[in-house]
Write a protein that binds this ligand. Structure first.
Ligand code: GLP
Length: 255
C-alpha cells in the first residue's frame, strides 16, 4: 500500500515495489506533461529512472501521452566521452527513452562530452536552459549514494550553474558497474548546477534500494549542506519524491 507523507513543499510517496515506483513516477510526469505539453523537461540517467521511462514509453504507445511539443534537456554527461560510447548519457537517453517517443530530435539538448572546451560547453548549456527558464516545468532526478544530484559532488558550496566537475572516487566506484573496468570511468563530468536544477518549477526525485536509505533521510530531514547537494531541494517550492520501501526505511524511522 502506498504511504504518502506531506512535508511543506515536499510530497513523498513510498511504494511497495519497483513497479509501483515506476508507475507513480510516471503518473507525476504525465500529469505535468498533460498540463504543459509544450514545456521544457529535464531528464536524468542512472538505473533508477529506467522503469519510469518504460512506463512513459508504454503510455505514449497507448496514445495517452504526446511528447511532440516538449524541449528536453539532460541533467549531465561524462567528460570526456564519445557520443557513440554506449556508456555516454547521450546514448543512454536515446536508447532508454528518446528513440521510443515522439520528442523532436531538434529539441533535445545534452551536455556535449566531446566538446573541446568543457567550460565553454557548460556556459553554452546553461545559456540554452536559461532561455527556456520560464517554461522549465519539471526536472527528473535520481540521487547518488553520496547525495549528489546530477554530478554535483560533495563540496563547500552549491554550484549555481552548469559546471565542469571532477568526479568523487565514490561516484567513480559506484558507476564502475556499467563499464568494463573502473579505469574506464571518465574522471570528469558536465552537470547542471544545483542552481540550474532549482530553476525547474517542479522536481521529481526517485530513489530505490537500501543503499539510498540513509542519504534520502539526510537529504529530506538533515541540514541543508552542499556535502549532500540533494539537500538543497528542501528549499525548492515543489518537490515530489518517489521511494520504494527500502529507500524509505531510514526516513520512516524518523517520522
Ligand atoms: C549518476 C548520475 C546521477 C544518478 C546517479 C544514481 O551518478 N549522474 O544523475 O542519480 O548516478 O544512479 P542510479 O540511479 O543508477 O543509482
Amino acid at each position: 500500500m502506498t504511504k504518502q507523507i506531506n512535508l511543506d513543499n515536499i510530497t513523498i510517496f513510498v511504494e511497495d515495489d519497483l513497479h509501483s515506483v515506476a508507475r507513480r513516477a510516471a503518473d507525476v510526469f504525465a500529469a505535468v506533461l498533460t498540463a504543459a505539453p509544450a514545456g521544457t523537461y529535464g531528464f536524468a540517467t542512472g538505473s533508477t529512472p529506467v522503469g519510469m521511462y518504460q512506463e512513459l514509453i508504454a503510455r505514449y504507445r497507448a496514445d495517452e501521452l504526446d511528447f511532440g511539443g516538449i524541449t528536453a534537456f539532460n541533467l549531465d554527461e561524462y567528460y570526456p566521452i564519445a557520443k557513440s560510447n554506449d556508456q555516454s548519457y547521450e546514448h543512454f537517453m536515446k536508447t532508454q527513452l528518446f528513440d521510443h517517443i515522439n520528442v523532436s530530435k531538434d529539441n533535445i539538448d545534452i551536455p556535449n562530452g566531446e566538446a573541446i572546451d568543457p567550460e565553454a560547453e557548460c556556459m553554452r548549456y546553461e545559456k540554452a536552459i536559461r532561455a527556456n527558464a520560464n517554461n522549465f516545468e519539471l526536472q527528473v532526478l535520481g540521487i547518488g549514494e553520496n547525495g549528489h544530484i546530477g554530478f554535483n559532488e560533495p563540496t563547500d558550496h552549491f554550484p549555481a550553474h552548469t559546471n565542469y566537475v571532477e568526479l568523487d572516487k565514490s561516484t567513480i566506484n559506484a558507476n564502475a558497474r556499467f563499464f568494463d573496468a573502473v579505469d574506464d570511468v571518465p574522471k570528469h563530468a558536465l552537470t547542471m548546477g544545483v542552481g540550474t536544477i532549482m530553476m525547474a518549477k517542479r522536481v521529481l526525485l526517485v530513489a530505490t534500494g537500501f543503499k539510498k536509505s540513509d542519504v534520502i533521510c539526510q537529504t529530506l530531514l538533515g541540514a541543508i549542506n552542499p556535502c549532500i547537494s540533494a539537500s538543497a531541494l528542501q528549499m525548492h517550492r515543489d518537490v515530489t519524491v518517489v521511494l520504494d520501501a527500502d529507500a524509505a526505511c531510514a526516513l520512516l524511522a524518523q517520522l
